[in-house]
Design a protein around this ligand. Structure first.
Ligand SMILES: CNc1nc2c(CCNCC3CCCCC3)c3nc(N)[nH]c(=O)c3cc2[nH]1
Ligand SMILES: [Zn+2]
Length: 373
């Protein structure tokens, strides 16, 4: 069995779960935030720094690596683990979402998606079989079925047709999967914001008995309240002995509120992306380091943080580096932001263990709301 989820306990105050995800590259405590490494690197971070901050699993991506350097090169390098010298767990997304968000001139049919490379305009095609073969070459411990993330908003019958096709694609991925004992293929629940379509998608995928389930089609511009409504109606339809992965989420508040609704795994480009323009997540909310008020501020980014950045550098110094476009500056903000979310999930797990996640949520939100948005 490539990946096995072990449910340790459920929080008595909420629906949150404490679990362990056993993979061929180590065991990960859940709920977990997974740093994103789009092009086989978590931007500006070394594997040693990712380990130092406690990251046990990172993401990479079919679409980007298929385009460059090509999955065959990664396969020859010993898969992603060998290529990027990362010996802990890796999860790859199937590329469907990126085709829609990055490439242009795309056409979707029953077979799959034709599109032009966003790098050189080359005409390309990815379908369920191709996405599965590429991910087999990349060798991630967990990989995703090829799916369509329906746009938001979208008409009921478009979402229905898209969801039903995604279910047929999931079946094709299962058939094309050659190494089920080494790599776990997760199904992705779709169905837009329509509860009956979500239920149909969940029911059909659960009947195919995947080792884990992602909830896709969310965090696509819908209000948080709608995302939580969809979670509340979808998560209960998924088996309790399998992990649930909410794709593309998210901000600190969404990680806590997603965990409360039974989500075990999260990924989001936010911490690394905002770090590159000098925006930092702190326990008092977001901090925009370029702000002139930090020019003579010789305190750490976050007084409550014990990360490498906060132990050794000041706001004044980091502001200077970021304004001077010194790469070390965004390395320091990236390290801190990733550490912040990894640490936040440690605190969430501790709160679940002690049946007090609702109390933790309330105190975190009260403090976090103070910052600049
Ligand atoms: C940000 N919101 C959001 N993201 C979604 C994503 C992407 C999740 N992040 C993957 C990483 C992105 C950067 C490169 C490395 C992989 C989704 N992916 C899939 N396959 N299906 C979704 O419905 C789907 C839905 C998503 N919603
Ligand atoms: Zn820090």
């Amino acid at each position: 069995m490539a990946v096995r989820y072990e449910l340790i306990k459920t929080c008595k105050q909420t629906g949150a779960r404490l679990g362990k995800l056993h993979t061929p590259h180590g065991t990960i405590d859940t709920p977990v935030f997974m740093p994103v490494g789009t092009q086989a690197t978590v931007k500006t971070m070394s594997p040693e720094e990712l380990k130092a901050m406690g990251a046990g699993i990172i993401l990479s991506n079919t679409y980007h690596l298929f385009l460059r350097p090509g999955h065959e090169i990664v396969r020859e390098a010993g898969g992603l683990h060998g290529f990027m010298n990362w010996d802990r767990a890796i999860l790859t997304d199937s590329g469907g979402f990126q085709v829609f968000s990055l490439s242009n001139l795309r056409k979707i049919t029953e077979e799959g998606v034709s599109f032009r490379s966003h790098l050189n305009g080359e005409k390309l095609f990815i379908g369920p079989e191709e996405a599965t073969q590429i991910q087999n070459a990349l060798g991630a411990d967990i990989f995703m079925a090829f799916d369509e993330c329906a746009p938001y908003p979208a008409e009921y019958d478009y979402v229905q047709k898209s969801m039903e096709r995604t279910t047929r694609w999931a079946e094709r991925c299962l058939k094309a999967h050659t190494r089920p004992n080494e790599q776990a293929l997760f199904g992705i629940v779709q169905g837009g914001m329509y509860h009956d379509l979500r239920a149909q998608s969940a029911k059909d995928l659960v009947s195919m008995d995947f080792p884990g389930y992602a909830i896709g089609g969310l965090s696509v511009g819908e209000p948080f309240s709608l995302m939580y409504e969809v979670l509340e109606s979808t998560v209960p339809l998924l088996p309790t002995n399998k992990p649930r992965y909410l794709m593309g989420v998210g901000s600190p508040d969404a990680l806590i509120d997603g965990a409360i609704r039974g989500i075990d795994m999260f990924d989001c480009v936010l911490p690394t992306r905002i770090a590159r323009n000098g925006t930092c997540m702190t326990s008092q909310g977001r901090l925009v380091i370029r702000n002139a008020k930090y020019a003579r501020d010789f305190t750490p980014l976050d007084p409550n943080c014990d990360c490498y950045t906060c132990k050794n550098y000041t706001r004044a110094y980091i502001r200077h580096l970021v304004k001077s476009e010194e790469t070390f500056g965004i390395r320091l903000t990236t390290y801190h932001n990733l550490h912040f979310l990894v640490k936040l999930m440690e605190n969430v797990r501790q709160a679940i263990a002690e049946d007090r996640l609702q109390d933790f949520r309330d105190q975190f939100f009260a403090q976090y709301g103070l910052g600049e948005d």
